[in-house]
Ligand binder design. Structure first.
Ligand SMILES: [Fe+2]
Length: 579
């Protein structure tokens, strides 16, 4: 059976995913094709076309379309909760009661129209809506490969109305335990603070997490923003997660915090520096998120975790690697599976996997996220020949060995190989790499290409042969979704990928998961003694990760990088020492 999952036009990170007989064969975010980050309010047209082409099927061979958004009935507590909690904006509150599915109707109509335009046929295909948080939950549980009874948690900004989901999976079926609704949202609390700290809402959250270790979480008490007792939690909408007239307005922009919040903590932060008191606010925000999340998780699924030791986690908040580190520190939690595309991009996968399971088609465990397009060496050469910069390129007999040689010589390297990653992390196929043992490498990459805030950490990809020694844990970490404390003896060896607090968001690379990347790191180990490479995504600041060879060349010539390897060719700029 061919089951296509599509998001869109949801607000954010639109994507498509295709399951063929229970196996996830293709998935991609639309942003990569249209070159607009997050592809907000855009249909995943190109992502759908790619998924079908990758599987070699035509539009009329799609049996089911799964969609991660549903109609919410008037008897659901969700709409009444929303109305009650937004009493201060009566028009919005009343709309939730009398016209609570406006968004649903609009979204459904435009998706059906898209299916017709693509030749899939809205009347022919079976169209199955899936609750947003069930899609998140399924994207983690059904792809985890866990067979025992498993706790499932999903935290995001907001689905239809739900923001927070607790449940469990047993024998392939997901059972709901508890949900919380808008405006009581951990994702939007963190997003509101992200905005206040000078970053973009639903984009810069990881920057707050990166800033937090520079501050003191106890310097300011932000506890009045979220009241939580384990069983319940409530966001203080006099200060945060506010809408309408309660919003702070400045510089032509509206914020999700109130003027009272700004009176209390000061003006919205500007600029790229880490400065007081904002670093302390970031630290306190991160701590409050962790404390509230851990208390809720313990209350609702703590017993389940104690029973089998397993937890599946999805929703945008599951990308918070420091929260995941604290979760994993629970002695009774033996294995944590975080869906690598935990944000809304992953709901195309989750909706499709949920429908597959409910139709009796077992879903296979996720083995890797190399689910996007790939390009042969000949295709890369053809693109070089057509590129206006007239790249000079050379064929390589052994690309991983040459890559390691360039890195060991002190050059950063753009490394474009195989199928593009699905999810926000580059995991060795669309990466910029550097030698993490060379002091100043992070600064150099920032100077040449990323131009990002200098206080943000770079991450390591590590061979499985040394991972245990480096992070003092055997826990699986293939997707950069969990931070680990770096062992003292490694900190001086790879200073460029250890964060201020001594942690690192590692990717553990096995030979089976990515043989070429594995080989590259093995070769680098021969040169440097460390089976570790600095790995950051191949994109310029504010742009999506590259998808095609043409994107890679555009990125390369728009930066000061000197070396790019695409499949089996090396491209260098004039005078680059690596040639
Ligand atoms: Fe979501």
């Amino acid at each position: 059976m061919n089951i296509l999952g599509v998001t869109g036009p949801a607000l954010h990170d639109n994507s498509a995913a295709l399951f063929v007989d229970g196996k996830l064969v293709a998935a991609a975010e639309e942003e990569r094709f249209i070159r607009v980050k997050h592809a907000k309010r855009r249909h995943p047209v190109n992502a759908i076309k790619f998924c079908l082409a990758q599987a070699g099927i035509g539009p009329r061979e799609v049996d089911v379309v799964a969609y991660p958004y549903v109609h919410v009935g008037l008897t659901s507590p969700a709409r009444w909760h929303y109305a009650r909690r937004h009493w201060y904006e009566p028009a919005r509150a009343l709309r939730a009661i009398f016209d609570g599915n406006r968004k649903w109707r609009r979204k459904r109509g435009s998706v059906l129209q898209l299916l017709d335009e693509l030749g899939i046929g809205s009347q022919r295909v079976r169209f199955v809506p899936v609750e947003h948080h069930l899609a998140h939950a399924s994207s983690a549980y059904h792809l985890s490969g866990f067979e025992e009874k498993t706790a499932i948690v999903s935290f995001d900004g907001k689905g239809e109305y739900a923001t927070t989901f607790f449940g469990y999976g047993e024998n392939g079926k997901i059972h709901k335990i508890k949900e919380f609704y808008d405006p009581d949202s951990l994702g939007w609390f963190y997003g509101a603070l992200t905005e206040y700290l000078g970053f973009e809402f639903q984009d810069g959250e990881y920057k707050v997490m990166g800033m937090a270790p520079y501050g003191d979480p106890h310097r300011y008490d932000l506890s009045r923003l979220i009241h939580h007792s384990g069983a319940s939690f409530r966001v203080n909408t006099r200060l945060v997660n506010v809408i309408g007239h309660r919003r702070h307005r400045a510089n032509g922009k509206e914020y999700s915090v109130s003027p009272a919040f700004v009176d209390w903590l000061g003006p919205v932060r500007n600029g790229d520096d880490i400065d007081e008191p904002y670093i302390h606010y970031a630290a306190a925000t991160q701590r409050l998120l962790e404390d509230a999340a851990l208390a809720l998780i313990d209350h609702y699924v703590g017993d389940l975790i104690r029973e089998t030791g397993k937890l599946c986690f999805a929703g945008g908040v599951a990308l918070n690697v420091k929260l995941n580190q604290r979760l994993l520190a629970w002695p009774h939690l033996r294995e944590l599976f975080v869906q690598p595309a935990a944000g809304d991009a992953g709901t195309s996968v989750g909706a499709a996997s949920y429908v597959a399971m409910s139709l009796g088609e077992p879903v296979q465990k996720l083995e890797h996220v190399y689910l996007g397009p790939s390009f042969s060496t000949d295709e890369c050469i053809r693109v070089c020949r057509q590129h206006p910069q007239r790249p000079s390129w050379a064929r390589l007999d052994d690309a991983p060995a040459r890559a390691a040689q360039i890195l060991a010589g002190g050059q950063p390297l753009a490394w474009f190989q195989g199928r593009m990653e699905f999810g926000p992390r580059a995991l060795g196929n669309r990466s910029i790499l550097g030698d993490p043992s060379r002091p100043g490498m992070a600064e150099r990459i920032n100077g040449q290409i990323k131009y990002r805030e200098r206080w943000r950490p770079f991450c390591p990809s590590v061979l499985d042969t040394v991972a245990r020694d480096l992070v003092q844990s055997d826990h699986p970490a293939p997707y950069m979704t969990i931070a680990f404390d770096v062992a003292e003896r490694w900190k001086a060896r790879i200073p460029e990928v250890v964060h201020k607090d001594g942690s690192a968001r590692v990717q553990v690379v096995s030979e089976a998961s990515n043989p070429r990347f594995y080989r590259l790191i093995s070769e680098l180990e021969r040169h440097t003694g460390n089976a570790v490479v600095l790995n950051t995504s191949m994109n310029r600041r504010g742009e999506p990760i590259v998808c095609t060879p043409a994107d890679a060349l555009d990125m390369f010539y728009g930066s000061d990088l000197q070396c790019l390897i695409m499949e089996d060719i090396l491209i260098t700029k004039d005078g680059a020492p690596a040639t």
